[in-house]
Design a protein around this ligand. Structure first.
Ligand SMILES: [Zn+2]
Ligand SMILES: [Zn+2]
Length: 640
């Protein structure tokens, strides 16, 4: 007999060799039907796995993230089988999951194109209808290598694992693939999927290797969820910041500088509104601001460790017989500022922010509008403190981050904590102190988080902030990283209470990450309908005819005096055309003015996204608009 502990703490006796599936049946028929895999002592396994000793067991369903991933990965196998049945010469490389779906890299001379997706899907439906079991077979490493001797890709996959037992999975109909698993119990558990796209991808991302075909798919527990996902993608297409950026005249790119954004006057207004807000919050949290050079001597980057760890992504230049690097990060510059004078524990915590312009070389294939650029402004800060101050500082950063995110309407966050990797510097003691400080800070704020064991940087543990936009897409924005390496590399000191010189703790943190990327995210999050405080043009004044131009100018003057960004359309176009033009600029308010309004000192307000219009006194409109700006309101209705 084996004693099973379930996630709720209850225990259960089962006969040795009972499978996870049988255990699920024992717990209840509904769970058995929903079960897709199991977690035995923390390890994900197939449902057919026998349980041979006392264990903690969790039955995994599609409601669990792991279950969803297993389903998506299983779907990748089903797609691979479908492709191999259509193109028997196709060689399978690997098929991992990605957000919302999966891909499979395939080596095939013939190009698979979108027109082929339908017949691949048709074949996949045949496989899922057959509802054949995923069957695991395992053998020794040497047997597996002998079996796959003619398949260089699968041989390579084996050499990349350190497991002595190699497993294969078949769908009961001749198709078999090397895989670690786990998978669904049978192909019929996959019900809602779609092939999305195909792209070229080098083997292991290495441009000297063969270009493979990467076929992407998405899979969901139900057809309804699949359709909702496809609808979100349609919506995302409409909100594409590259399209809206052009339509709203916010920014552009030019082949003279691939990956370097040109921010236009309207884009700079959005940018500066974010900077002003960012500065005001940082001021509130007692940050100082500095600016450090973007070109610094190469020696500095040897000292900081970037040369050894980050050289491939850096730009270099030389002059006056010396070599220089363009900074990919702001930290070394921050350390040099720190070193310009002596420091005492009395000054700590010392919070030093920098909106630093950094350059990182990205491969041309991965660039994507403002989301992935080669030059960006990082909203960086370094906090120098003592070990006992870490927790309070982390809490402060978390509060500051949430204050900033919620101002932009991001309320759906999740946090990940990454802990000590195998390769690391610093004593176990300092790792424990700082990892616990991060945990304590999260606990103090009653924040749930996911732990990524061993995923921290070699120089310290970190917390990452992820937000979800209105299309449920997840973005990693902020990060808090503790660093035990750089203060030592740069010989940073402070004088402690006992008059001895000590090395300060250095906390790196960014809240928005890249300003460029954040502007892109905001454009898509709001679909270009920026809230009034961020709108480049908050109000357009539209006289119904030339006769009302003078009054329109008076209104504009009043608005400008109240610091509202107000444009005035004095063209001789018809009012309908003026309205249509203003509408396409997605500005919050249009004020239509004619003789009637001039006589009564009023404006006829048209609100973005609202069919109704309303006449109000100018002063009243100004008061309302200013209040909405001050409170960073998203809604525009005059009554709110
Ligand atoms: Zn697999
Ligand atoms: Zn830093």
């Amino acid at each position: 007999m084996a004693q099973i502990t379930l996630p709720d703490g209850s225990t259960l006796e089962i006969a040795d060799g009972t499978t996870a599936k049988q255990l699920a049946e024992k717990i209840g028929p509904a769970l058995a039907r929903a079960a897709v895999a199991a977690k035995i002592n923390g390890q994900l396994v197939d449902l057919s796995t026998p349980i041979t000793a006392d264990a903690a067991v969790q039955i995994i369903t599609l409601a669990d993230t792991e279950g969803l991933e297993i389903m998506r990965h299983s779907c990748a196998h089903i797609m691979a089988e479908a492709i191999c049945s259509i193109w028997p010469k196709a060689k399978l490389v690997y098929g991992p999951t990605v957000e919302d779906g999966f891909y499979y890299d395939i080596d095939l001379e013939e190009s698979i194109c979108p027109a082929d997706f339908e017949r691949i899907e048709k074949k996949m439906y045949e496989i899922t209808k057959a509802d054949n079991p995923f069957t695991r077979k395992q053998m020794s490493r040497s047997e597996a290598l002998a079996k796959l001797a003619s398949d260089k890709y699968k041989t390579d996959n084996i050499t990349r694992t350190d497991s002595e037992i190699i497993s294969f999975y078949s769908h009961g109909d001749g198709f078999e693939d090397l895989c670690r698993g786990p998978h669904l119990p049978s192909t019929g558990k996959v019900t809602a999927f779609k092939i999305m796209s195909v792209a070229g991808a080098y083997w292991h991302g290495d441009p000297t290797q063969k270009m493979l075909q990467r076929i992407y798919g998405t899979a969901w527990p139900t057809k309804k969820e699949l359709n909702a996902h496809l609808q979100r993608l349609e919506e995302a297409k409409k909100r594409d910041h590259r399209v809206l950026g052009k339509q709203l005249d916010l920014f552009s790119f030019n082949e003279a500088g691939p990956g370097f954004a040109f921010i236009h006057p309207r884009g700079m207004i959005v940018w500066n509104a974010i900077v002003d807000f960012w500065r005001s919050v940082h001021d509130k949290y007692d940050y100082q601001e500095i600016k450090t050079p973007i070109i610094l001597n190469e020696q500095l980057w040897h000292k900081s460790g970037h040369w050894d760890n980050y050289k491939e992504n850096m730009y270099f230049t030389s002059f006056d017989g010396a070599s220089y690097a363009i900074k990919p990060m702001n930290c070394p510059g921050g350390c040099l500022v720190y070193k310009t004078r002596q420091h005492s524990y009395r000054e700590f915590p010392m919070r030093v922010a920098e909106l630093g312009l950094v350059h990182r070389h990205e491969a041309s294939g991965v660039m994507h509008g403002l989301f992935r650029v080669r030059q960006f402004t990082q909203d960086d800060a370094h906090i120098f403190c003592t070990p006992v101050q870490i927790k309070a500082e982390i809490i402060g950063v978390i509060e500051l981050a949430f204050e900033i995110y919620s101002a932009f309407g991001f309320e759906d966050f999740h946090i990940e904590l990454s802990t000590k990797p195998i390769k690391h510097i610093g004593s176990d003691e300092i790792w424990d102190i700082s990892t616990n400080a991060l945990k304590d800070a999260l606990k103090h704020k009653e924040i749930e988080y996911k732990i990524n064991e061993g995923d921290g940087a070699f120089y310290g543990p970190k917390i990452d902030f992820h937000i979800r936009d209105c299309l449920k897409r997840s973005w990693q924005l902020g990060t808090i990283q503790l660093d035990f390496s750089m203060p030592q590399r740069f010989n940073l000191f402070y004088t402690d209470k006992d008059n001895t010189e000590k090395t300060p703790v250095m906390i790196h943190r960014a809240i928005l990450g890249s300003f460029e990327r954040f502007v892109g995210i905001l454009i898509e999050h709001y679909g270009g309908n920026l809230p009034i405080w961020l709108s480049p043009e908050q109000v357009a004044i539209l006289p119904i005819s030339e006769k009302s131009n003078d009054y329109a100018k008076i209104v504009q003057e009043k608005l400008k005096n109240a610091q509202l960004r107000a444009g005035c359309d004095l063209s001789d176009e018809k009012i309908d055309v003026k309205i249509a033009k203003a509408y396409s600029r997605k500005l919050p308010y249009m004020l239509v003015v004619g003789p009637k309004e001039a006589q009564s000192n009023t404006v006829n307000v048209r609100i973005r996204g609202d069919k109704e219009n309303k006449t109000v006194e100018i002063e009243k409109f100004v008061t309302i608009a200013k209040l909405k700006i001050a409170e960073k309101k998203v809604g525009l209705a005059l009554e709110d």
